[in-house]
Design a protein around this ligand. Structure first.
Ligand SMILES: [Zn+2]
Length: 181
C-alpha cells in the first residue's frame, strides 16, 4: 500500500512536469499550435466521414428490397439442431454476423462495419421479412458475384426474375462442380 502511494505520488509529479513542458512548447511555438489545430481538424473530419458512411449503409439496408439466400449453414452439436443464416445478394446485409458473435463473442465485432451490421439487424429484426427469399445455399461472396453478373447483363429485371435466374445460375455451377469431381 505504501509502495503504491509512493508510486502514485511519483507518477503524478511526472505527469505535472510533462504537462508543464508541453504547455511551454505550445505557447512558444506557432508551428506546434498550427500542427495541433490541423490534427484536431483531421480528427473531426474523420469522425464525420465515419458517421456519414454509417448513415449511407443504414439507408442502403433500409431501402433495399432484399433478396435473401442462405449463405451459411451451421450445425449446433449441443442442441442437435442446424441453423441457416441468410444474406441479401443485393445489399450484402448478412445474418452471419450473429453466428460469428455466438462463436467469438464481442471479438467478432472488432471490425466496425460488422458491428454496424450487427446493431442494424438487432434493432431491425424484421428485416428478414422484407423482400424475397430462396432456400438455395452458397457463400455470400459467390452469391453476390452471381447477382452482379446477372444484373450487369439485365439491368432492369424484376427481383422475381432475378431470383429465378440466380437460382438457375447456381444450379449450373453446382452441376459443373459435380461433374469435375
Ligand atoms: Zn438487401
Amino acid at each position: 500500500m505504501e509502495n503504491l502511494s509512493l508510486l502514485q505520488y511519483e507518477l503524478n509529479k511526472k505527469l505535472d512536469e510533462t504537462k508543464k513542458a508541453s504547455t511551454k512548447i505550445y505557447e512558444e511555438n506557432e508551428i506546434v499550435r498550427k500542427y495541433l489545430k490541423l490534427q484536431e481538424e483531421q480528427n473531426k473530419l474523420t469522425m464525420e466521414l465515419v458517421n456519414i458512411s454509417k448513415e449511407i449503409n443504414i439507408q442502403k439496408w433500409s431501402s433495399c428490397n432484399h433478396i435473401w439466400v442462405i449463405t451459411k449453414h451451421d450445425y449446433d452439436a449441443t442442441e442437435g439442431r442446424s441453423y441457416n443464416y441468410g444474406s441479401c445478394v443485393k445489399c450484402g446485409l448478412s445474418y452471419e454476423v450473429f453466428l460469428d458473435y455466438e462463436k467469438m463473442g464481442k471479438d467478432a465485432l472488432n471490425d466496425p462495419a460488422r458491428k454496424e451490421m450487427f446493431d442494424y439487424l438487432f434493432m431491425h429484426n424484421t428485416a428478414q421479412y422484407k423482400g424475397l427469399s430462396s432456400n438455395y445455399c452458397c457463400n455470400l461472396e459467390k452469391a453476390q458475384a452471381i447477382y452482379q453478373k446477372i444484373k450487369a447483363k439485365n439491368p432492369n429485371i424484376t427481383d422475381e426474375i432475378m431470383l429465378q435466374l440466380w437460382e438457375r445460375e447456381l444450379d449450373k455451377k453446382l452441376k459443373r462442380t459435380r461433374k469435375r469431381k
